[in-house]
Write a protein that binds this ligand. Structure first.
Ligand code: AMP
Ligand code: GLY
Length: 435
């Protein structure tokens, strides 16, 4: 079978690499891909933009593509799956209507309230005066969210009234996020530890992926501005078997059932971003309608069963018969970013040392391109350097040895990816040695 992956990030490199490893897959195409997918065995890039639905559908039809897997949220929210289905093509992901779980925070919050899914208390506003009156009374910190897609930047955790007022003004005026900010969700600040719980869903049945956690803040100690994610690891020690069962029972199954009952049957990856309190309370922060990035890199690295078969079962509605098999070792990915990220970044800087990483390290590309045979930077998050270990601490040590071999002008990464998990390992075993 031939497969098409839509996207160009680290997640799409991981998706394409895993799909190419399936004995059931002959060739994987990635549109548009990056320098990493270009160099991957059995994978080729196709020069089509993720929003060029006509071009993508025509490519899939002309080249006998048996399965298309869509990575990012923008084409999903804009209806790429609907377009492929209309053309009689198998496409993995939710329809535009179902993708509203990510694309509209207001839709997601109201859906959760209707379906009894635990989440932060919230209120919604489209006009300034009542929104400002609300933040004047709210407990601090208070969380202000643009309703629509804002590339992970539409959330402000305001620790004082002035920043809350500034966020509300910036969003509702349309200055900050355009249409996406014309409606705001203002919600209670949740305390605890975040975890990502990602499942494959075929409309009724669920295949959970291994648990994972990412670090969204730019700087060590989870400080600084929010980013798409500076590193991740799997499994997430905070999500033990009992908690995973609760997440399925209290969140994932009610979502799948609720979406089907409301006529917006959910298919594809369902990503629940969760806050786990010290008392093990469980609340949903957000839903994403796609795999996490960079969660996909370590999670898919651990997948031993046939990913292409799981994806096909999802589009055929037969996921109930699938079982995933995971490498029991921990896997951790460190994101290497360009100077300026998460703001504007310099592009076109040559990347050195990609061939010098130790055995057992896999480098997933994100914002990279190939010019004149040289691999150069082409985005903010550039690489995700991923390694296995017998513990998260061991995986972390090896991933950082790999990252230490790679450099370009202005390259940087967080130095503490996995620290919470490593702290838990220490608590459990009395040591977190990377031996
Ligand atoms: P979202 O785009 O909704 O995932 O929000 C981005 C990040 O903001 C989350 O990963 C959290 O770190 C933080 N965040 C969002 N909502 C809340 C909340 N209600 N309480 C605490 N932190 C939050
Ligand atoms: N790593 C967070 C996300 O993919 O949204």
């Amino acid at each position: 079978m031939k497969v098409l992956v839509v996207g160009s990030g680290g997640r799409e490199h991981a998706l394409a690499w895993k799909l190419a490893a399936s004995p059931n897959v002959g060739q994987v195409f990635v549109a548009p891909g990056n320098a990493g997918t270009l160099g991957e065995e059995g994978v080729s890039n196709v020069n089509l933009n993720v929003m060029d639905f006509d071009g993508l559908v025509a490519f899939a039809a002309e080249n006998g593509i048996g399965l298309t897997v869509v990575g990012p949220e923008l084409p999903l929210a804009a209806g790429i799956v609907d377009r492929f289905r209309d053309a009689g093509l198998h496409c993995f992901g939710p329809t535009a209507a179902a993708a509203r779980l990510e694309a509209s925070k207001s839709f997601a919050k109201e859906f959760m309230v209707r379906n009894g899914i635990p989440t932060a208390d919230h209120a919604e506003f489209t006009t300034l005066e009542p929104a400002l009156a609300h933040v004047a009374e709210a407990d601090l910190p208070v969380v202000i969210k643009a309703d629509g897609l804002a590339a992970g930047k539409g959330v402000v955790v305001a620790h004082d009234r002035d920043s809350a007022v500034a966020a509300v003004n910036g969003m509702l005026s349309g200055i900050q996020f355009g249409q996406a900010g014309r409606r705001v969700v203002i919600e209670e600040f949740l305390q605890g530890e975040e975890a990502s719980f990602i499942c494959m869903v075929d409309g009724k049945d669920i295949l959970p992926m291994a648990s994972s956690q990412d670090h969204k803040a730019a700087h060590d100690g989870d400080l600084g501005p929010n980013t798409g994610g500076m590193g991740s690891y799997s499994p997430a020690p905070v999500v033990d078997d009992a908690l995973a069962e609760r997440i399925l029972g209290e969140v994932i199954r009610p979502v799948v059932r609720g979406m089907a009952d409301e006529g917006t049957t959910y298919t594809g990856f369902l990503y629940a971003g969760l806050m786990i309190g010290e008392d093990r309370s469980l609340r949903v922060i957000e839903f994403n309608c796609r795999f996490g990035d960079p969660e996909a890199q370590p999670v898919l690295s651990r997948l031993r069963s046939d990913f292409a078969v799981h994806c096909l079962a999802t589009v055929h509605g037969s996921l109930g018969g699938e079982r995933a098999n995971w490498d029991p070792r921990a896997c951790l990915g460190v994101v290497m970013a360009a100077e300026g990220y998460p703001g504007d970044c310099a592009k076109g800087r040559e990347i050195h040392g990609l061939g010098d990483v130790p055995d057992g390290v896999k480098v997933f590309h994100a914002g990279t391109a190939c010019t004149d045979g040289r691999v150069v930077t082409d985005g903010g998050r550039v690489l995700c350097v991923t390694a296995f270990g017998s513990s998260v601490a061991a995986a972390q040590a090896l991933a950082y040895r790999g990252a230490g071999q790679i450099h370009w002008e202005g390259s940087w990464c967080r130095r503490d990816i996995g620290y919470r998990a490593i702290g838990r390992e220490r608590d459990m075993t009395g040591s977190g040695d990377a031996q």
